[in-house]
Design a protein around this ligand. Structure first.
Ligand code: NAG
Length: 337
């Protein structure tokens, strides 16, 4: 994979050099240009313009494919599919850690926390893309972050991954729970993932857009693309979901009630369902950790740390117990190099 990527980059560099010569010629002595060369110049210009137009005004899917292609080219992605994976090992794909948190994606935090709770060894594979290798793009993967590879098979969606691994690894973090407790767990899982999650999306990608560059630690060029395309896409997603049809104040009210519900139910218990963590804690921590550690100036952060501080204590408890390598992971981020 990296070999062919190197080849591509090599030939791109050569192409770039040739183009440079041509452009120079165009401005110094255009009569020297052959018809063939002029044709190449026109062709490249058309391609460039088309790419820009397509990116900023084109269809939604096309733009995401483009962003993913850019991110994949600049990312240090490697895929294990077809290339010497260890049987039985879980490879977790997602963007690299940043200074603020091991993963900026709440569902990655959930998955990795679950893997740690269940004591399932895994290897993170860092790619800046939602698109998996071919096998993933065309079969079980659905363009979600994170996705995993297991015995050469790719799979997306943290919920489905957890179900799969529970069976495969014979894990049941809910075994101490009654049926009624399981029902409550299910309800909380769905609330944080289908409702509270969107508060983070709104706050991170809409209200505090200016802070994204620092948060994601990406080059400005990429941020520019993500901004112009990504924000529109997110707005559409939020409208499709329904939350985006509310005013900002209404959304904040919903989030306040969600977080209050978690806080009230948690009370003074160490974990949501009692003395020991269960699967729902991975899901809730996945979402809350993003609020605690990536959204310092947001109203969400105020709710979690000031209004309902047992949520902050709860997050720290899970972080201390399962993420002893937190500092090590986040220190490795680009910012500190
Ligand atoms: C544990 O509970 C969660 C809901 O919090 C549920 O989604 C999951 O399927 C349950 N896992 C098992 C192994 O029963």
């Amino acid at each position: 994979m990296s070999g062919s990527l190197g080849d591509v980059q090599g030939s791109l560099a050569a192409l770039y050099e040739n183009l440079q010569t041509l452009v120079l010629l165009l401005f110094t002595d255009p009569t020297q240009l052959s018809y063939g060369q002029a044709f190449v110049l026109v062709g490249v210009s058309v391609l460039l313009v088309a790419t820009v137009v397509w990116t900023f005004f084109g269809r939604q899917n096309g733009t995401m494919v483009f962003i993913n292609a850019v991110l994949r080219t600049f990312g240090t992605g490697q895929t294990k599919t077809g290339a010497g994976f260890t049987p039985g090992k879980v490879y977790v794909y997602g963007p690299p850690s940043v200074k603020a948190i091991p993963s900026l994606f709440p569902f990655s935090m959930k998955l990795e926390t679950y893997l740690r709770m269940a004591d399932i060894p895994y290897q993170p594979v860092h790619v800046w893309s939602t698109q998996g290798p071919k096998v993933c793009a065309y079969t079980s993967c659905n363009g979600k972050i994170p996705w995993i590879e297991y015995n050469g098979e790719a799979m997306g969606d943290s919920g489905l991954i957890l179900e799969f691994l529970n069976k495969e690894k014979d894990v049941d973090l809910n075994q101490s729970l009654s049926e009624a407790d399981k029902a409550v767990s299910r309800a909380f899982t769905k609330m944080v993932e289908e409702s509270t999650y969107w508060g983070l999306v709104q706050s991170r990608y809409m209200d505090n857009y200016g802070k994204l560059h620092d948060l994601f630690e990406l080059p400005w060029t990429v941020m520019f693309l993500v901004r112009s395309v990504g924000q529109r896409e997110i707005r559409q997603m939020m409208r499709g979901h329904g939350i985006g049809r509310h005013s900002k104040e209404e959304i904040e009210g919903i989030m306040e009630k969600d977080l209050k519900a978690i806080s009230s139910f948690l009370g003074a218990k160490p974990y949501l369902m009692g003395d020991e963590p269960t699967e729902v804690d991975a899901a809730v921590f996945g979402q809350l950790s993003e609020i605690v550690w990536t959204a310092p100036d947001s109203y969400l952060h105020r709710i979690v740390t000031v209004d309902y501080p047992n949520l902050l204590v709860y997050c720290n408890r899970i972080k201390d117990r399962y993420w002893s390598d937190w500092d090590q992971l986040t220190k490795k981020s680009k910012k500190d190099k």
